[in-house]
Design a protein around this ligand. Structure first.
Ligand code: SAM
Length: 268
């Protein structure tokens, strides 16, 4: 078994658990159907093991790495890969749309073994960006992957499941053991993909939808009447009735379609 060598001091606080084996990285890179006309965004190239595979498959790779101490090693490992551009900055603070505007491409994809401490902010930044990501492929902590793909009525179903299922069809691609990383973390992982839905449900006010969903799940054990006290409850009750529910229902029972319907009803 060939194991990638890294000459770095790993920084736990930056989520630095690097993949060791090319076989795992190839499977991740195979999830998206890149062509030589496409652009891929990667967060956290780390030791470039995934970046190299992406660079072989797509036309251009734009990567964000927060840790400047990795610069020398990254440049060395990528010296023969001329289609990779690394911006040494915090992805969460980046001007993604501006950075991408310098490229011409057919489709844009997002592929990353994300730093787990900022998984949700990364996803929210992608969802809220105006870039039409054709497919997103992420390695995340196993339990987080379960939340992303959770369906109404299940324990893991939460606001992030609703947001994601509004925009994407979600698929758990494959499991990755903690043994595949260096240093070995104390969690297992899963690779998940999000494919943008061809047709999104019509939404009159996206911000209102996001706020409504967040508020509905604010206290998981409370019902809608209690979580949505500050809202006009009459139209909410009317929509719920259509689906056979009343205000005593908990958010975890409601599908994305019902949330969209309520959000649209609240727009005057
Ligand atoms: N892609 C490599 C791999 O698969 O082996 C490394 C993945 S490691 C889990 C996450 C990487 O994200 C690290 O290199 C870390 O320095 C970087 N990172 C952490 N926070 C970041 C941020 N806010 N913006 C950009 N990169 C970040």
């Amino acid at each position: 078994m060939i194991v990638e060598h890294y000459d770095v001091t790993f920084k736990k606080q930056l989520g630095q658990n690097f993949l060791k084996r090319k076989e795992v990285v190839e499977r991740i890179a195979d999830v998206c159907p890149f062509t030589k006309h496409d652009l891929v965004i990667e967060v956290g190239p780390g030791g470039a093991i995934l970046t190299k595979e992406l660079s072989k498959r797509a036309c251009q790779v734009l990567a964000y790495e927060i840790d400047e101490d990795l610069k020398e090693q990254l440049f060395k490992k990528l010296e023969n890969f001329s289609n990779v551009n690394i911006l040494f900055q915090d992805f969460l603070m980046s001007s993604l749309e501006d950075d991408v505007s310098n490229y011409s491409y057919e489709n844009v994809y997002f592929v990353s073994n994300v730093p787990y401490y900022i998984t949700t902010p990364i996803i929210m930044k992608i969802i809220n960006s105006s870039l039409p990501f054709k497919k997103i492929c992420m390695m995340v902590q196993k339990e987080v992957g379960n939340r992303f793909s959770a369906v109404p009525g299940s324990r893991e179903y939460g606001s992030i499941s609703v947001f994601l299922s509004y925009f994407y069809n979600i698929k758990k691609e494959f499991f990755v053991s903690r043994k595949e990383f260096i240093p070995e973390p104390n969690v297992d992982s899963v690779v998940v993909s999000f494919t943008r839905k061809d047709k999104l449900l019509p939404l009159k006010n996206k911000d209102l939808f996001f706020t409504l969903v967040r508020d509905s799940f604010q206290f998981k054990r409370k019902n809608l009447r209690n979580n949505l006290k500050k809202y006009n409850l009459e139209p909410i009750s009317t929509v719920l009735k259509k689906y056979g529910y009343d205000l005593t229902v908990r958010a975890e029972q409601l599908s994305v379609e019902i949330f969209v319907d309520i959000a649209n009803e609240l727009v005057v």
